[in-house]
Design a protein around this ligand. Structure first.
Ligand code: ADP
Ligand code: MG
Length: 808
């Protein structure tokens, strides 16, 4: 490989004052070089011992020839052919030829390398930009066909300020940052294998990351962070002219924003305006709201546990995505500042608009955002409509005619998706759709991409009859708004709410401040528009519901009083209701059990052995952590000493309700539970301890509740188990949900009147009767009447002819 100087016109636009500011930045540059060299496997060794910090990156890439190596360490030397046309082209992170020379100026840098068809290995050692050695490497450190080892020691030895910064940095924090950096690169380059070692002293090193290559970033994501957040994802492979977006967006939300990975030409972007504007689109759609999350949910799928972890008052869900935008090199500003992780773009607006289009399409596809409600997802409707004037009006997501067939709608699930990405336009129109006159683009820089071509309405996934679907749609886009028009919509504190309760004569609200959601009535605006009828249902309505009968073997039709002393016909989804009842029963028992340390356990005969990496085991060994697991009914036994890279953990007992799943010999689910929970505990062991401590303080109260918790519930007394819920291991919550779903009454199950009554009664006793385990509304108010007389004497509903008329 030839290493040539940058031509001056290029090098002068490049900021010459690049200074590599930090340990992690050095690591980042070395990784980028290895990836640029086409490596399949990268091994990183980090030494974070104070005063002895070093980074070693070994790869199996192209290597550097002797001639090239002789130039390494000189500024603006790069092998990456440089002219303005291919800067930033795919697969090339570096084009400045500055990283190694900068590193050489502030450390002791050793580069050992062997290109493919040369059988000699060369080494170059530089310190403070001076070459200390350049010649054949006799130690044969590279025994493969080709590859490079770059070793950086004595960092910042000549820059006291930076040196002090490094000395003052927290070792753990630094290690975490390095791991995160590697994860971020690994996500965008799924084919690459990674080994990361933490070197403590000479010869004492621990494997801290071992990422096997995979086919897609989803697989890498699962490997790194577990399956829970990305059980179902929408694969994204979209091209718009000379730009592409690849990656995935999860159908699940997260409590944190930590999994929003954006890349431009594989270069990871720091948190940026692009992230923010994407977040805004999600937040403004139905995706962002728990109450509306169950749209695509039918039957036995599970929702992310994270939604349920949150306090019922704050139901924000953050999206999880890995998206790489590929732009042609001429969109990239040459003079970017790599340390900040933000590239400069000549046309930032185009990239933003493309990402917006992808997100909007995703939201629409997945039923989070109906067309007729499109404005909700667009923070600037005016700009949106301005773009409709674009010629062609074709989707920028139009499939590129060079790209793979049928890749735009890759769903990563076993169940095939009923929806597909935008229709494939004819070849020529695909091209014209993306060829946007430059003036126009400049004009519309912030919203250049036209709206996506109309997509037929989403067809229902389940077998809900059309007339119900139509009805649902006519009601605020198919969702029952959880709001009360009797009360102002402003946020109220618990205190205010209690006060209001005291002055309320009708018993609309349950008087439990912990049950904000449960207590909030459902309101339904009239489906006939005129006259306007408001239906508000509360838990007390439900308790007084009278069962009429089963409809379509799916719903139980009931008449119940509304808060405004009217009556309403309400259909209750029998599956959702039953599922809700059993989920709450189990969750309640688990949370109460956690509180009182009384979760019934099953001792395991065949003890599953869980393998953890030693760093995880060390967290587990910290004071109080095993006790927390024990309180959840998971009894773990750690080996006496943790040696080597891995630790074997024994599972002695699991909660009886979940024994069939968590007690499995192979321990797959248990491993996931422990891994996931450790990460959460590590972050918030303080909060957890405070919770447990609070039990000690309220001891008498707890004793009172002991033993009769289930009975208590039937009298409408709700215990405050929301706090425990939030700390419940996510896997546990998911197992409960999936168990409840499978055990629940299904559609097409015929119920006797007695069973129907019991179901409604039990539902009335739950804390969150208005939604199923997956957050889907469990009932549909049909119509409200002024008084019960008129409904019985004047207007008996003729269901049969109604259904016939609507061709059910
Ligand atoms: P840039 O990456 O911007 O070209 P660098 O200073 O990072 O500049 O690297 C200088 C040159 O050294 C690269 O262009 C490349 O030819 C060579 N090089 C650096 N690291 C490696 C590596 N791991 N494998 C192969 N070549 C490398
Ligand atoms: Mg580089």
């Amino acid at each position: 490989m030839e290493i040539t100087p940058l031509n001056t016109s290029t090098s002068t636009v490049i900021r010459s004052s690049l200074i590599i500011p930090s340990f992690t930045q050095i690591l980042s540059e070395l990784i980028q070089n290895s990836l640029d060299a086409g490596s399949d496997s990268i091994e990183v060794t980090l030494n974070l011992m104070k005063g002895n910090e070093s980074i070693r990156v070994k790869d199996d890439g192209s290597g550097i020839g002797k001639e090239g190596l002789s130039k390494v360490g000189k500024r603006f030397r790069t092998s990456k052919t440089l002219n303005e046309t291919n800067l930033g082209s795919v697969g090339s992170y570096g084009f400045r030829g500055e990283a190694l020379s900068s590193i050489a100026s502030l450390s002791l840098l050793t580069v050992t390398t062997k290109p493919k068809d040369i059988d000699k290995t060369y080494t170059k050692i530089l310190k403070s930009s001076k070459t200390l050695y350049f010649g054949i490497d006799s130690s044969k450190t590279i025994n493969a066909d080709n590859g490079t080892i770059v070793n950086v020691k004595e960092m910042f030895h000549n820059i006291p300020v930076r040196q002090k910064e490094l000395a003052d940095s927290n070792e753990e924090t630094l290690l975490r940052q390095c791991k995160r950096l590697i994860e971020v690169f690994a996500l965008s380059r799924p084919g690459v294998k990674w080994l990361v070692w933490d070197e403590k002293g000479y010869g004492d090193r621990k494997l801290i990351m071992d990422i096997r290559g995979a086919k897609s970033s989803v697989q890498i994501f699962r490997f790194l962070y577990g399956n829970a957040l990305v059980k179902r994802v929408q694969s994204i492979r979209v091209s718009a002219g000379n730009k592409r977006v690849d990656g995935f967006i999860s159908l699940f939300g997260d409590i944190a924003k930590s999994h929003q990975h954006l890349y431009i030409n594989n270069y990871p972007m720091g948190r940026s305006d692009l992230h923010l504007s994407i977040a805004r689109r999600f937040a403004n759609s139905r995706f962002g709201n728990l109450a509306t999350s169950g749209e695509h949910d039918s039957g036995n799928r599970q929702h992310s546990a994270s939604e349920k972890r949150q306090s019922p008052r704050r139901l924000v869900r953050h999206p999880i995505y890995v998206l790489n935008v590929t732009v042609p090199s001429d969109d990239v500003d040459v003079s970017y500042e790599p340390a900040k992780g933000i590239l400069g773009y000549k046309d930032y607006g185009k990239i933003q608009a493309l990402l917006h289009a992808v997100v909007d399409e995703y939201l629409k596809k997945n039923g989070y955002n109906r067309q007729d409600n499109g404005a909700a997802a667009s923070p600037s409707p005016t700009k949106q409509s301005a773009t409709t004037k674009r010629p062609h009006g074709k989707s920028p997501l139009a499939k590129s005619n060079t790209s793979h067939n049928n890749v735009n709608s890759n769903w990563d699930l076993t169940r095939p998706a009923p929806l597909s990405f935008s229709a494939i336009p004819p070849k020529d129109s695909a091209v014209s759709a993306v060829r946007i006159p430059p003036e126009q683009l400049r004009m519309n820089e912030t919203a250049a991409i036209p709206p996506i071509s109309p997509i037929p309405p989403i067809s229902p996934i389940s077998s809900i009859p059309q007339w119900i679907t139509n009805l649902e749609k006519s009601v605020d886009n198919g969702l029952l708004p959880f709001r009360s028009s009797a009360y102002p919509r402003k946020k109220r504190t618990f205190g205010e709410m209690q006060q209001e309760d005291e002055h309320t004569t009708t018993n609309v609200y349950d008087r439990d401040p912990a049950n904000v959601l449960a207590a909030r009535p459902i309101s339904l605006e009239s489906i006939t528009k005129t006259p306007k009828i408001d239906v508000q249902l509360s838990k007390s309505s439900l308790a007084q519901a009278r069962v009429i009968g089963q409809v379509d073997q799916k719903y139980i039709s009931t008449i119940m009083p509304t808060s405004s002393k009217e009556k309403a016909v309400v259909l209750i989804d029998q599956h959702a209701a039953d599922e809700r009842i059993s989920v709450e029963r189990v969750l309640h028992d688990l949370c109460e059990g956690f509180k009182n340390d009384t979760i019934p356990i099953t001792k395991l005969k065949h003890i599953p052995i869980i393998v953890l990496i030693s760093s995880e085991a060390k967290i587990l060994a910290l004071d109080g952590i095993l006790d927390v697991f024990g309180r959840w009914g998971i009894h773990l036994v750690l080996p006496e000493t943790i040696q080597g890279d891995y630790a074997q953990l024994e599972v002695h007992a699991v909660p009886t309700v979940l024994a069939s799943r968590l007690g499995k010999k192979e321990g797959v689910e248990m491993t996931r539970l422990i891994r996931g929970y450790l990460a959460i505990l590590e972050e918030d062991i303080g909060g957890m301890k405070a919770l447990i401590d609070s039990y000690q303080m309220n001891q008498p109260e707890i004793n009172q509740m002991d033993g009769n918790s289930n009975l208590d519930r039937s009298h409408g007394g709700h215990e405050n188990w929301g706090k425990e819920m939030r700390f419940m291991p996510r896997e546990m919550l998911e197992l409960v949900n999936s168990k409840a779903c499978r055990g629940a009454i299904m559609f097409q199950d015929t119920l006797t009147p007695d069973q129907q009554n019991r179901l409604v009664l039990q539902l009335a006793q739950t804390d969150f009767p208005f939604m199923c385990a997956h957050g889907r509304p469990s009932m549909i108010p049909l119509i409200a009447f002024k008084d019960s007389q008129s409904i019985q004497s004047k207007r008996k509903i003729d269901w049969r002819s109604f259904k016939e008329k609507n061709k059910v």
